[in-house]
Design a protein. Sequence first.
Length: 300
Amino acid sequence: MDSNWLIASEKEFIDQISDAYGYDSNIRHLLYVMIPAFIIKYGRGKEKQIKNAFREIRITPSNHKEKYIKAYYSSRPIRTKEGYTTVKTVVLQNYQETSLVDLLDNLVHEFNHAVNSYLQEIKETKNYLYLRTGLTYRIYRKEDLSFVKKTSSYILEEIINTKQTEEIINIIKSFDGKNREIENTIYAINSETSHKYSSNSYYLEGTICKRILENRTFINTLATLRLSGEVYDIEKWFDDITGEENSYKKLNESLKEIYDLEIKYTTQKFWKALTLNKIRSISEDVMRIVKKFDRNVNFR
């Protein structure tokens, strides 16, 4: 796909949404490279889905400071005459002090959640609404739309989303630096990053899961199902391959526990060794499941 042609063809659309939302030049110029990169990543057949997400989801810069969450994608339910829909935004925290590359990483990461949540976003039961973010669901009571919980698969969602963020940013880094529309942006991005971009988000969890993240059966299947919204059979598919009942559930619960312990480890003053030992023990459980899945598939 000719990236220069694609960048030129998407400029009018990007200018329209940037004018409508009042985006500053930093966001506008990052969108010049982001949206073509998303289309290259997912294919022209997904262009409508990608552009609808960028059209419908406003980017909201904020100077609120948060230690662990630099940006987030928000989708909250509202009740309409026809049923239920969602109001969505991408919030960029600590905006004034964020470097260009961190801003790019945050935007790509959060919009990748959004693009992979666009189809089949809402699932209803008698008493609850399930709002999908990639592989995971946030659950709300229908009577008052109060939040109940999110399913434990959100750490696996973050790990996969981080891997895809790296892929999209590396597509951007490959763009023609002599293209007038983007030359300053590409120069700045390449000046601040190494030859191949790697994100430090969810580094520990991604390292533990590295074996299945490099397994083509696993990563290609989940990437396809996330994008289409058909995530309801993943647990059975995973368990059938491992031959172990509840292995997908155990994988997700363990990853969540590791993440929670990692946060605890960075904040506690005493008994840090105990926390670290627990992280190691649970990591071994995850790697056992990962190895079993990897060993049992034919296409790696």
